[in-house]
Design a binder for this molecule. Structure first.
Ligand code: HPA
Ligand code: ZN
Length: 323
């Protein structure tokens, strides 16, 4: 399973930082982050909002382009070791220069250069605003994204707390990114319900949705996803750990996850890890779990990877090289 070529569309660069990497930086900078780690060295969080707090605390020690370059190398080497041949990573201008365009350019250049040096894997970046930071910060993030749109930075997205503001509040930011030629995705339906997916589609017109799995509760919405050819970036392991309401009261375990029901309805699904060390997962682990729980075989994984390649934010030449 590990050697099977994989395409990953939904991975947060900061959320992929190994705890030891963050702990090392905290020690170097004499920042006390002991509260965010479990005794055995993993990340400690209670629920979704606390996850976001711990995430932001970890980000607080990632303070320069060189640190993001080191992080990029570490994350890509780990991904490549799990057979990932192409990956798209969410990078937040908020954590890379705080929305300042000149600073963002430096961070992004360092990340791009680091990525180019890692063999056997191709990376593209998705600049990502953070929903609970609000529409004004999102506008700054979009302006940064638009300023650097090109071969490497190919998408714009939104993560963060799905219950903050409304998708329509971010329409300006997404329009700005779209006009710069960036591919559009947004987190929705991870825990904000099917309505959150529908509202996001109406307000932001994305070609992909991060998670989106709660669409299963609304058959007409599933039809809309099929009709509009919207691809879901499904992160099953992340949902099992973090998003218990995806399971509608059922035990949050993979067997109760909607991925297969969505696929049966004809919705295009893909598989990603989201924030692997937070959810104790890897792409190999995700594939093994899906094989074990739903009987997915090589033919199904080929289909999922095909969906991911078709929905990837890259040019046709790159798409051909990963086929
Ligand atoms: N959801 C929302 N925001 C995030 C996530 C997530 O799974 N990971 C990092 N930021
Ligand atoms: Zn995510």
């Amino acid at each position: 399973m590990r050697d099977l070529p994989k395409v990953e569309l939904h991975l947060h660069i900061e959320g992929a930082a190994p705890p030891a990497f963050i702990r090392g930086l905290a020690q170097e900078k004499r920042v006390d982050l002991s509260g965010i780690f479990t005794e055995d060295g993993g990340y400690a969080y209670r629920d979704f909002h606390h996850f976001l707090e711990v995430y932001e605390a970890a980000c607080s020690v990632l303070t320069g382009p060189e640190e993001f370059a080191r992080l990029t190398r570490a994350v890509l080497e780990e991904s490549a070791s799990h057979g990932v041949v192409y990956t798209e990573m969410f990078i937040s201008p908020d954590f890379c220069g705080g929305g300042d365009k000149a600073a963002w350019r430096e961070y992004l250049a360092a990340i791009e250069e680091a990525a180019a040096g890692v063999p056997d894997i191709t990376m593209r970046g998705i600049a990502t605003c953070i929903r609970h930071f609000g529409p004004e910060k999102a506008k700054q993030a979009a302006a940064c994204a638009a300023d650097t749109a090109g071969d490497f930075l190919t998408g714009f997205g939104m993560g963060g707390a799905e219950d903050a503001f409304t998708p329509a509040d971010f329409a300006w930011a997404f329009d700005c990114a779209r006009e710069a030629g960036l591919g559009i995705t947004t987190h929705a339906g991870e825990w904000g319900g099917a309505k959150s997916v529908r509202d996001s589609i109406e307000a932001l017109n994305p070609s992909r949705i991060g998670h989106g799995v709660q669409a299963i509760d609304d058959p007409a919405l599933c039809d809309l996803l099929v009709e509009r050819d919207i691809t879901l970036e499904v992160c099953p392991g992340s949902n099992v750990f973090l998003a218990s309401n995806v399971f509608n009261g059922a035990v949050p375990k993979l067997a109760n996850h909607p991925i297969e029901r969505l696929r049966e309805r004809g919705v295009k699904v893909t598989v990603s890890t989201d924030d692997p060390p937070f959810f104790h997962t890897t792409m190999t682990q995700e594939y093994e779990n899906l094989a074990h729980t739903f009987g997915y075989d090589e033919a199904v994984f080929t289909e999922l990877n095909q969906n991911a390649m078709d929905a990837a934010f890259c040019d046709e030449t790159t798409r051909e090289t990963i086929r």
